[in-house]
Design a protein around this ligand. Structure first.
Ligand SMILES: Nc1ncnc2c1ncn2[C@@H]1O[C@H](COP(=O)(O)OP(=O)(O)O)[C@@H](O)[C@H]1O
Ligand SMILES: [Mg+2]
Length: 253
């Protein structure tokens, strides 16, 4: 389908209009994220809120409207990176007037406007080989190896206005996502959305999940709370103490 220059310009200026053109109505918080230009963004949100979905929309918007650009999307596993790639590919197919795909595999595409989207699992050893990314997105960031996150951020080093986005549900009080979420810092935007604010998740479903998962796991998965792992015999504080060698006196926790 053809779009007018004015429509195309409007979608380029507003990712929410692009999403709507793909047949999607983003929630308020999804729209806030999509419109954000913060160079660093953390989204700590409920399961099923639409983190991967927002990651796909954000990646597509940069690929189409900031061409030619490289967008690198990282997920914890191969299956997740393939799923995320599929979401991006489906959205591209729905976008009126979208650039054609020149090259495509299960996890990467090159568009006729010169942009490339690469969706890789966190286990990928070659992930560090890319550079000059306009956008780096880490989905389920609390479950991706910290060393890998440190390895992908330099891809933004030489690009003007490059963005780093990490989306996740919490997974314990440790690791990059937890630390960055807790400390914040200039340029780091933080968006949090519990399941109670997601109209696609019913209170009945949440009540059933609370009974099934137990309070700690339920709060982690649906209410964005960082807890020590419920089934762990040792708390994070105790584990971290055991890994330190710079303390003089053992203080009971
Ligand atoms: N604004 C929206 N409109 C319609 N469906 C949505 C919207 N946001 C998310 N969804 C749907 O909700 C489901 C969960 O999204 P997903 O991105 O997989 O969640 P998460 O990664 O946060 O667990 C998917 O089926 C997705 O298409
Ligand atoms: Mg997801």
């Amino acid at each position: 389908m053809q779009v007018s220059l004015a429509q195309d310009f409007a979608m380029g200026a507003d990712p929410v209009l692009m999403a709507q053109a793909c047949g999607i109505e983003p929630d308020d918080k999804q729209a806030e994220f999509l419109r954000s230009t913060a160079p660093r963004a953390l989204l700590c949100c409920s399961r099923q809120w639409g983190k991967s979905f927002c990651a796909a929309l954000a990646a597509l918007h940069v690929a189409v409207y900031q061409a030619p650009s490289l967008i690198v999307v990282v997920s914890p596993s191969l299956q997740q990176s393939t799923e995320l790639y599929k979401k991006i590919s489906e959205l591209l197919a729905k976008l009126p007037g979208a650039p054609k795909t020149m090259l495509e595999s299960l996890t990467r595409m090159t568009l006729e406007n010169g942009s490339r989207i690469i969706s890789l699992p966190g286990t990928e050893k070659t992930i560090r080989g890319y550079s000059g990314a306009q956008m780096v997105i880490v989905d389920e960031a609390s479950r991706v190896d910290d060393a890998l996150i440190a390895g992908v951020m330099p891809m933004l080093a030489t690009v003007k206005n490059g963005r780093f986005v990490a989306l996740s549900t919490p997974a314990g009080k440790r690791g990059f996502f937890y630390e960055k979420w807790t400390e914040g810092g200039e340029g780091w935007e933080r968006i949090s959305v519990p399941a109670s604010m997601c109209k696609r998740i019913s209170p009945e479903f949440l009540e059933e999940q609370r009974r099934t998962l137990g309070t700690l796991m339920f709060e982690q998965e649906y209410f964005c709370m960082f807890h020590d792992s419920g089934d762990s015999a040792f708390s994070t504080a105790l584990i971290e103490l055991a890994l330190r060698d710079d303390f003089d006196v053992f203080k009971p926790l």
